[in-house]
Design a protein around this ligand. Structure first.
Ligand SMILES: [Zn+2]
Length: 275
């Protein structure tokens, strides 16, 4: 960012921000950028491409302007958002929510898999949780936001097209569904006595796909945790994550309502031998 002529700072939420003034100092900014984090094993170019393209734009404009101000009627800003995917704390869009001014203090108590709270992680990273509000931007400081993003679906490649534009952005809802059964010794417990939490969860996974496919929406179970997780014990507890998204919030919420009802219906009998 510095090489591209931007004045660089880290905001109070850990986002990396660069700015170059327009025709006159202090003008509202056009923001370009994306997120710096990505998902495990499925994220090549996800996020960083949009940040690098934004830096490249700043570099190109800067080269034209030389040492002087950009001849634009607005300032140019680049933001590399710190947490978009929510992989660590199961809460997405932390960096951009801080910038949008919609931070919720309830998130501080979220814990990662090692038990570290978001509050502690902020401190470990050298940020002051009490100051996160300072990352918020006022609408009058901005003229717009543009994000370039790698396509994470197959359509552009199939069409041999290098660029497309989105017509809607799917707002995801995420859930953790917990199935409670009874942990019992596998050898000594016949089917009619079993309450197998994993059988219930497995049926839910299948129901999720069935409901979402029929509705034309997208729902994904990405993680299943089984307890006690021993080879010879009927699972007493199973928890799965669910990510639901659609072109509109109404379609998405309808899918969740249907999934919820279906899973409840299925879970009552699952693994109990009563079906
Ligand atoms: Zn992304």
């Amino acid at each position: 960012m510095e090489q591209a002529g931007l004045r660089v700072r880290q905001d109070a939420a850990g986002n990396v921000c660069g700015r170059r003034e327009g025709r006159t100092p202090g003008l509202p900014a056009l923001v370009l950028g994306s997120h710096l984090d990505t998902v495990p094993d499925a994220g090549r170019y996800d996020g960083p491409l949009g940040v690098l393209m934004a830096v490249a734009v700043a570099e190109r404009l800067g080269r034209r302007a030389g040492a002087g101000p950009l001849g634009l009627p607005f300032a140019l800003e680049v933001i590399g958002f710190g947490d978009e995917e929510g992989t660590r704390f199961d809460k997405a869009l932390l960096g951009s929510q801080a910038v949008a001014g919609t931070w919720d203090d309830a998130w501080w108590d979220l814990r990662d898999r090692d038990g570290v709270t978001l509050h502690q992680a902020f401190r470990d990273f050298g940020l002051d949780p009490a100051r996160v509000g300072e990352a918020a931007r006022r609408p009058e400081e901005l003229v717009g936001y543009l994000e370039a993003h790698i396509e994470q679906g197959p359509y552009l490649e199939a069409a041999d097209a290098s660029l497309g534009y989105v017509t809607s952005i799917a707002g995801a809802r995420r859930f953790v569904l917990t199935f409670l059964g009874e942990a019992r010794h596998a050898g000594g417990t016949p089917y009619e006595r079993r309450k197998d939490a994993l059988v219930g969860a497995a049926e839910a996974v299948v129901a999720v796909e069935r409901v979402a496919r029929a509705a034309g929406t997208i729902a994904t179970v990405g993680r299943v945790e089984v307890e006690p997780g021993a080879v010879n014990v009927v699972p007493g507890r199973a928890a799965l994550t669910l990510d639901v998204r659609a072109a509109t919030d109404a379609e998405r919420d309808r899918t969740w309502d249907e999934v919820h009802a279906e899973v409840r219906r299925g879970a009552r009998g699952a693994g109990s031998g009563s079906r």
